[in-house]
Design a protein around this ligand. Structure first.
Ligand SMILES: NC(=O)c1ccc[n+]([C@@H]2O[C@H](COP(=O)([O-])OP(=O)(O)OC[C@H]3O[C@@H](n4cnc5c(N)ncnc54)[C@H](O)[C@@H]3O)[C@@H](O)[C@H]2O)c1
Length: 368
């Protein structure tokens, strides 16, 4: 298979977690590629995530919304974009129970605008669409075979439903207009730059502050975690070797219960897990497990490199050195946070009050 060589790449959402690692990696490894980042700088993002690329001549940051057709068309034409890596999304499952219209707007409509701009400008040679393992819905506890790329999409929460919806549009633009699309579906990612509404950075920051680690329910839910640099490498491989029209799972067979993640963090901080772990009210709806078949991407030559212990150590080290990266994140550290995603920024920083207007008690675990 001939390797693909991009020239000018538009990466959406790269002031956020995963795409910042991808952008920094591509800027560093490929000085011949121009990397243009488009991000609206939502509550979970930080320009500091892109500091390693800031002064590189092949890097450009544009603040803006993927939902703006004029801006997207302008960028594609003026920057001669031939490749799009589309990460931008509302990503926090918990928020999607409270304000799911924002998820439809950013994740489905935003993707649609990008696709339409690709159709109109007619110059895109790769559209890499970043989706999630959650679109498959939950895997049975006793399943021994993971979801493969042709498995049915059965999303169970508003977040994953919008991600599945976006995938349908991507597929349709591939079929109807011959847009060269590739879709990825990834397991959970962890590492530096991740906003602490997500489980691992949240537990690390709480441990640093000497506060209890709240576990929803009994912590028996299982998740698979990949270290951010390994995932950035997976995108590097898919960019160059991925086949148009294909879907690639980015997964690991190694699974961990949430309670064990908390215990591992306690151990690395030398704190007594029995004392600091607090079980808080679960939510009745809670995907037990996401299990992926990870063979297809392995055939392209990718496999994870970072052992869990090493990745966790590096992540703890980074959060310990950068505890104030996003400023005041106390709202994100609550047991049941609600970072309200409203146009133009954060409306509120979460609430302990489960009856508050933005708490929707129908429900899922905070394990993503
Ligand atoms: N984090 C994970 O574990 C994980 C796992 C599998 C898949 N994914 C997918 O990977 C992608 C990136 O996830 P992440 O965790 O890095 O996300 P994140 O929440 O850290 O970052 C998302 C970024 O997108 C930007 N953004 C959101 N809406 C936008 C819009 N309308 N216009 C421009 N920018 C916008 C935000 O400002 C932010 O910088 C998402 O598509 C997500 O669904 C994430």
């Amino acid at each position: 298979m001939a390797a693909y060589t991009p020239k000018n790449i538009l990466i959406t959402g790269a002031a956020g977690f995963i795409a910042s690692h991808v952008a920094n990696r591509l800027v560093r490894n490929y000085p011949d590629y121009k990397i243009v980042v488009l991000d609206k700088l939502d509550y979970c993002s930080d320009l500091k995530n892109l500091l390693p690329s800031k002064s590189s001549p092949n890097f450009k940051f544009v603040k803006g919304d993927i939902g703006s057709a004029d801006l997207v068309n302008y960028l594609l034409i003026t920057e001669s974009i031939d490749t799009i890596m589309h990460f931008a999304a509302q990503t926090h499952v918990d928020n999607s129970f409270g304000n799911s219209f924002e998820f439809t707007k950013n994740n489905i409509y935003g993707t649609h605008v990008l696709l339409e701009a690709c159709k109109v400008t007619g110059q895109i040679r790769r559209f890499i669409h970043v989706s999630t393992d959650e679109v498959y819905g939950e895997t049975d506890e006793d399943a021994v075979v993971g979801n493969h790329e042709a498995s049915q999409l059965l999303p169970t929460n508003p977040y994953s439903a919008t991600k599945a919806g976006a995938e349908m549009l991507v597929m349709a633009y591939g079929r109807s207009y011959g847009l060269p699309v590739i879709t990825t579906r990834g397991n959970n990612v962890y590492g530096p730059n991740q906003f602490p509404e997500k489980l691992i950075p949240k537990f690390i920051l709480l441990a640093i502050q000497g506060k209890p680690l709240p576990i929803h329910g009994d912590g028996s839910n299982v998740r698979s975690y990949l270290y951010c640099e390994d995932v950035a490498e997976a995108f590097e491989v898919i960019l160059h070797k991925g086949e148009v029209g294909h879907v690639y799972n980015i997964g690991t067979k190694k699974e961990r219960r949430v309670i064990d993640v908390a215990k591992d963090i306690c151990r690395l901080f030398s704190i007594d897990a029995e004392t600091v772990i607090k079980f808080v009210e679960n939510r009745p709806f809670n995907d037990q497990r996401y299990f992926l078949d990870d063979q297809k991407l392995k055939i392209l030559g990718w496999s994870e490199r970072t052992a869990w212990e090493d990745g966790l150590r590096k992540t703890i080290e980074w959060y310990t050195q950068n505890p104030h990266w996003w400023g005041d994140v106390s709202g994100a550290l609550l047991p049941h946070p609600r970072m309200l995603v409203m146009p133009g920024g954060i409306e509120g920083h979460g609430s302990e009050d489960e009856n508050s207007a933005y708490y929707e008690p129908n429900k899922k675990n905070l394990t993503k």
